[in-house]
Design a binder for this molecule. Sequence first.
Ligand SMILES: NC(=O)c1ccc[n+]([C@@H]2O[C@H](COP(=O)([O-])OP(=O)(O)OC[C@H]3O[C@@H](n4cnc5c(N)ncnc54)[C@H](OP(=O)(O)O)[C@@H]3O)[C@@H](O)[C@H]2O)c1
Length: 330
Amino acid sequence: MHTAAPTRYADAAFQARCGRSGLHLPKIALGLWHNFGSVDDPAVARAIALRAFDLGVTHFDLANNYGPVPGSAEETFGRILREDLGAYRDELIISTKAGYTMWPGPHGDFGSRKYLLASLDQSLKRMGIPYVDIFYSHRRDPHTPMEETMGAVATAVKSGKALYAGISNYNPADTARACALLRDLGTPCVVHQPKYSLFERTPEAGLLDVVEKEGLGCAIFSPLAQGLLTDRYLQGIPADARAGKAHGFLRPEQIDAAKLAKIRALGEIARERDQPLAAMALAWTLRDRRVTSAIIGASKVSQLEQCVAAARSAPFTSDELRRIDALTLG
Ligand SMILES: NC(=O)c1ccc[n+]([C@@H]2O[C@H](COP(=O)([O-])OP(=O)(O)OC[C@H]3O[C@@H](n4cnc5c(N)ncnc54)[C@H](OP(=O)(O)O)[C@@H]3O)[C@@H](O)[C@H]2O)c1
């Protein structure tokens, strides 16, 4: 069993209240979408998870389909819990989700009650735990009544298999509706998980307003645009980087000359701020007080450490924000 660093809560400001709920999330959370699958080195995965917890990163974000193979990230994390972190379960925030393709047939995808509740049972079994802290509807299912999908999330909470309800990738109108339904069911939504970064600013067009109005926390994902908002790709595509791996969701064709020029220009602002681009990109997402937490991915312990340090960045000047907007809006 791992002995956690006694300093893990030394920086009290690193733990942020999730909306109006009693739940607190670390400003930087660790996502297990990549680097924790059965194709990855389990020793590296373990080292990243343990270092994260020692640094106060209490939230580990999973989903049924994370791997590859789908489900294997939950198995990897289950092993880490069993062998290393299990004694700290009451300090850990473990989230999982269902909403994307997991098994064949009409009940292995999207948002039916049958899919969500069966999937949650499978996730708990893979991780070897009786409950998760947050259960998310991973995406809105346009063909299933939202009453059914939210009813399933509420059942997960009422059954004790999840402590809190969450939604991910819901647009502003659907978010408001999901919140109303979950409130009526007595299991209020506490958190939204949208994609937000310097390269993905859609949440600014309404979603963050709804999040605030509904009293939700906001745990944003891919704050580094899967690694683009770092120095990773400035000299080409390294074989060990996400875009260099056959199973990575970032594809080489997403890294073109125009994008690289923006990354270099953003890197210049970061240099003036005396911080790495990755740290500036994370600090920028956290500058908005409606953003509770940024869920990062990491393939190395050193990346994780740099990301966690970003939570203590200097505030942005209005000139920096203006220059960043000029590079990333439109
Ligand atoms: N709800 C949803 O629909 C949804 C969708 C996607 C993701 N998520 C969640 O969000 C989490 C994070 O997503 P993400 O992995 O795309 O996040 P990200 O933080 O945007 O990208 C992570 C990648 O950036 C690179 N990186 C991280 N720190 C770095 C540093 N300091 N210097 C240089 N490179 C660095 C690494 O790339 P290399 O691996 O190339 O080294 C790392 O794998 C996921 O694990 C998942 O939990 C949720």
